[in-house]
Design a protein around this ligand. Sequence first.
Ligand code: AGP
Length: 609
Amino acid sequence: MCGIVGYMGNNTASSIIMEGLKKLEYRGYDSAGICTLHGGTAQTIRSEGKLVNLERLLEGKALQGHVGIGHTRWATHGRPTENNAHPHQAGSVIVVHNGIIENHLALKDGLRGIGHTFKSETDTEVVAHLIEQKMKQGSGLVEAVSVTLQELKGAYALCIVSEAEPEMLIAAKHGSPLVVGLGEEEYFVASDIPAILGYTRDMVFMEDGEMVVFKEGAAAFSTLAGEPLTKKPRHIDWSPLLAEKDGYRHFMLKEIFEQPRAVQDTLAGRLLEETGDVYLEDLGLTDAELTGFSRVSIVACGTSWHSGLVGKFYLEGLCRIPVEVDFASEFRYRNPVIGPDTLLIAISQSGETADTLAALREARSRGVRTIAICNVIDSSIAREADGVIYTHAGPEIGVASTKAFVTQLIALLLFSFRWGRASGAVTREQGQELIAQLLHLPALMDDVLQLDAVVEAVARRFHNARDFLYLGRGINYPLALEGALKLKEISYIHAEGYPAGEMKHGPIALIDENMPVVVIAPCDSHYEKVISNLEEVRARGGRIILLCTAGDAGMRDKAEEVLQIPLVAGHLTPILLSVPLQLLAYHVSVLKGNDVDQPRNLAKSVTVE
Ligand code: AGP
């Protein structure tokens, strides 16, 4: 996730763009840049790190010009260096981009073959080169952009300017958000409303496959192929704070709803449908090395530890490799038995958690090969591990992890799948089947998000409870832990997650008519066993909130509340179940009047031991 801004009008472009970028910093903050056109010459300033660095640079140089583009980056391809920061220029063409160009490697090869050289490691630079190439061959900017966009695969929101046609700004969208602001003789373009809300409230929301050309005080909307479109502006009357959260009341809710997109981004460019295989670009392990390990050790903290527990089911189930999952804070103090036959996986959203970093270093000091699953590009854990699988969830602002968890599950599934293909444990046909399931997953997540209002009603009924119990079995037992952790973190209600079969060995004593019990019972191989556990709760008067599979009709009278997810293959149930569990914690927290995004005593990234 990155933020882009474009401006054309009578005011100083650089200051408007800078203000816009500040409002988009939540979308990414590892580097930033601005380019304005003045007298037909591009003036570009880029810097590594947060926007404040760019702002400092800008103070020294008054960037002139009434046309310009800007970017705040959340790295996906290429490290967060100044060189990889946007805007990217090729010849006269300058581009900023939010999204992932999936076919950039093939396009780059083609361009290299005709003499283009690249200055950055990004997928974006290829767009500038493609446009430039077409302009060299005689096209005007509009035509060159239109033809180029039709060659791109993947997701993009783009702003494009050129020194050759300096009185023009072009923007286009496919898969990444883009909004156009209509001012008095001026136009704004941005990834999100807050960036331009201070200047205009009249906005046009771009759809996939659309572009807009600003020239001579007019905006011409069209399809990518140039067919003219009539777009109707909408008047936005949000408060600026609400706008930053995209209309959502809290970042956590926004991030819960972003999950279908986050899953799509984590899958992008990695599924090879033809061969039924998975491509993990920075894994750093050959097939022979991968299948040479005889066991796996996973280290992580909190929610990331829960995803590690699910990962154990993936790896053991798909690859028949024994897996141990440790709390990172325990791992290095227990003198773990690890050696050259062990692959260590460190999972961390932030990539900066001190305990996880220390566990990774401990393993490396013993000569163990390591890979990281991280969300923040170039974070310490990502840098220090031998290989990395990035989850492309985009910045997670809410302290309670939601989209990072779900994309960690995706990364672990992709990794297990890769291993299974390398070892032969997963056949080509099984691989193709899994790919088909994964491609359908974002749409199913969208369906599950429709439960929001029902979950809110459940929360209303139970938010005054003193304790909660969460029960699950097998691959969904970690989900019981995660559901309980989410509730604890933001509602401050005591909650315990338990393997449902263990309940009779102790926690059953807690059950009475005041105890809400969240029973996780999708239709899988544990279903009947969990239902027996549910009956044990019922017999003691416990109040049951049941998470089950749609179509499971017999369950309605066994529970006080029933939340249903679509029927999917067992390895995908934890991903879908995450959504109602997150929503339940969220709504309980809101009803209790808590600070959802910054709960007491917690920090987003725990960088101390
Ligand atoms: C999750 O909701 C928590 N805020 C917390 O448990 C978190 O998962 C843990 O601190 C690990 O963070 P990391 O993934 O950034 O390493």
